[in-house]
Design a protein around this ligand. Structure first.
Ligand code: PD2
Ligand code: ZN
Length: 286
């Protein structure tokens, strides 16, 4: 009987003990997880103290420009090779006319960069006239340069001075790369990353910006039938007053993108005003 009694009491005692162990282990694991979670939250908030700081948003909202006479602003993805996008209605009509009036008195024959020396030289590949507007020269330029920075996500300091160009009938800019191939310019101001080309006027015929080496079916663009012969030699964008074309000369791995080859087709009817903002990797020193 005693042996019987002994054997009937032992198994339940064993079960009680193992449940207690499991319960204790669970409590310890939960406690451990809680500590890890707490440490994670603390370290995240230490690493990005500005994640919940809304003061920059509040400031941007206060600085928001008066909408003025600008039309509907929207972004159109034109191509991924090269990476090219149109910001429709980026500039107002008043801004376009203002930039033209500022530039007009100092227009000179446009030059190109000499790849041997890195210096400017006159060229037959670029037959337009042009001038540069001082960075932050006045409030209108400052507003446009800030807008360029906001839309491209590239700081104002990385932008070169705005260049204003004028093309009359027959004038053009042969296909070229905006990135530098010479040591001089890369060392003095840094390699060019991207270009924002702003159209300051409409052009009746011709004057398209063409990417001859763009990948894809270039004749699929809705405006194909309106393009000049030069325009049909690649992926083309028709100038429209106020629109801006952003394209990247560098790939995301920071190597030059050969598909960014581009040119300005000859103007056939009317005349063309445009403005270029080149952006560089390093701070540009005047
Ligand atoms: O004004 C243009 O259409 C044009 C075309 C190609 C300008 C540039 N390149 C440039 O300024 O780099
Ligand atoms: Zn160019």
């Amino acid at each position: 009987m005693a042996a019987k009694g002994k054997s009937s009491r032992l198994p339940p005692r064993k079960t009680t003990l193992s449940w207690a162990t499991v319960f204790t282990a669970l409590i310890m694991v939960a406690f451990f997880v809680l500590i890890i979670l707490a440490l994670g939250i603390l370290s995240t908030s230490r690493e990005s103290p500005r994640a919940h700081d809304l003061s920059t948003i509040a400031r941007s909202a206060m600085e928001r420009e008066d909408d003025g006479d600008k039309g509907d602003r929207w972004v159109e993805v034109v191509s991924w090779e090269p990476r090219a996008f149109i910001y429709h209605n980026f500039l107002s009509k008043d801004e376009c006319e203002y930039l033209i009036s500022l530039a007009k008195p100092s227009m000179k024959n446009s030059t190109v960069v000499d790849n041997e020396t890195g210096k400017s030289k006159d060229s037959r590949v670029r037959t337009s006239t042009g001038t540069f507007l001082t960075r932050g020269g006045d409030q209108v330029i400052t507003n446009i340069e800030k807008r360029i920075s906001h839309f491209t996500h590239i700081p104002v300091e990385n932008g070169e001075s705005l260049q204003v160009l004028h093309y009359e009938v027959g004038q053009k800019y042969e296909p070229h790369y905006d990135y530098f191939a010479d040591e001089f310019n890369i060392k003095n101001g840094g390699q060019r990353i991207a270009t924002l080309l702003m159209y300051l006027s409409d052009v009746e015929e011709g004057g398209e910006t063409v990417f001859p080496d763009a990948k894809g079916n270039v004749s699929a663009v809705p405006w194909w039938d309106e393009l000049s012969e030069c325009g049909k030699s690649g992926l083309s964008i028709k100038p429209k007053m106020g629109d801006a074309l952003l394209f990247w000369s560098m790939k995301p791995d920071a190597s030059p993108d050969p598909s960014s080859l581009h040119g300005g087709c000859p103007v056939i009817k009317g005349n063309k005003w445009s403005s270029t903002k080149w952006m560089r990797f390093h701070e540009y020193e005047l």
